[in-house]
Design a binder for this molecule. Structure first.
Ligand code: F6P
Length: 320
């Protein structure tokens, strides 16, 4: 193998730069050239790329987002766009591609595999909704961001006897909300995977008020509904004044945690190794402490990663 390419696609997340760097450094040290594709599949279709050197990835490890930039690309969902992307890669003499992104990005990667391109996918999305990996890249940093925000909100909430309803990202997946609620000591976590009883929640909040507690935190996953809609349902029923906070894209940015830097570096190097061994159409993942490779089609056919029942049990025993 003489030349490979790397791109980041879909929603950005912290740790993507570490993964790019892992790919580039391990390829260059094996004497393989790397083409960095800009703006995800858009750059592949419109031919925006650069040959990368070790200098291209220096000083990137600590930066959030992706320095190659990312995009959601509609053309890549249709056959003509997929064919053009594959032709451009072949024209560039690229013999392998690493795609760093979430579910939609892996669908594009699978389409390229079916067009005869050797491809390995790296799971990267704060949602942690991809199966066959314990963690996707960016999740740990997002959890830390949420933790910091909730700690700040608790300070102001306690000063005013208020409840805060905090809207957390995650698309249809409640992982971020549930784990953040456990780690932040929130009173309630509303996630799409588990039914909730609004009367019971309001009763518990009223009880806290009667007991003289000075704050309450309710995390709501965007897949359940907006913080505003939950606030409308509870505001006249809980005794506390309430405010809402939509964490939004703040969750996706910021300097990656050590965990995400390490995971990105391991995923990047692991993807490069897999390409060298002739693997294709696979997604790299983390199982315990080990890296794994799973058929990308199997990943895509399996649907959303289910919520860990032990995590729900833990939340319940901690009275979240
Ligand atoms: O998939 C990552 C994610 O941040 C989701 O949690 C969220 O619903 C979505 O992307 C937001 O997408 P966009 O960046 O296109 O607004």
């Amino acid at each position: 193998m003489k030349r490979i390419a790397v791109l980041t696609s879909g929603g950005d997340c912290s740790g993507m730069n570490a993964a790019i760097r892992g790919v580039v450094r391990s390829a260059l040290s094996a004497g393989i050239e790397v083409v960095g594709i800009q703006k995800g599949y858009h750059g592949l279709i419109d031919r925006h790329y650069e040959i990368m050197s070790t200098r291209s990835v220096s000083n990137t490890l600590q930066r959030g987002g992706t320095f190659l930039q990312s995009a959601r690309c509609k053309e890549m969902m249709e056959e003509p766009g997929q064919r053009l992307a594959a032709e451009n890669l072949k024209g560039l003499g690229v013999e392998g591609l690493v795609v760093i992104g979430g579910d939609g990005s892996l669908r594009g990667a699978m389409a390229l595999h079916n067009q005869g391109i050797r491809v390995i996918g790296i799971p990267a999305s704060i949602d942690n909704d991809l199966p066959f990996t314990d963690m996707s890249l960016g999740v740990d940093t997002a959890l830390n961001n949420i933790g910091y925000a909730v700690d700040c909100l608790k300070d102001t909430a306690s000063s005013h006897d208020r409840a805060f309803i905090v809207e957390v990202m995650g698309r249809r997946c409640g992982y971020l909300t549930l784990v953040a609620a456990i780690a932040c000591g929130a009173e309630h976590a509303l996630i799409p995977e588990v039914e909730y009883d609004m009367d019971r929640i309001c009763e518990n909040l009223r009880k806290r008020y009667r007991e003289g507690r000075d704050n309450s935190i309710i995390l709501v996953a965007e897949g359940v509904g907006s913080a505003q809609s939950i606030s409308d349902q509870i505001k006249d029923r809980i005794g506390f004044e309430s405010r809402i906070m939509v964490l939004g894209h703040y969750q996706r940015g910021g300097s990656p945690t050590t965990f995400d830097r390490l995971l990105g570096s391991r995923f990047g190097q692991g993807a490069m190794d897999a390409l060298k061994k002739g693997e294709t159409g696979k997604m790299i993942g983390l199982s315990g402490a080990k890296l794994t490779l799973t058929d990308m089609q199997k990943v895509l056919d399996s649907g959303q990663r289910p919520i860990d029942k032990n995590m729900i049990k833990l939340a319940r025993s901690l009275e979240v």
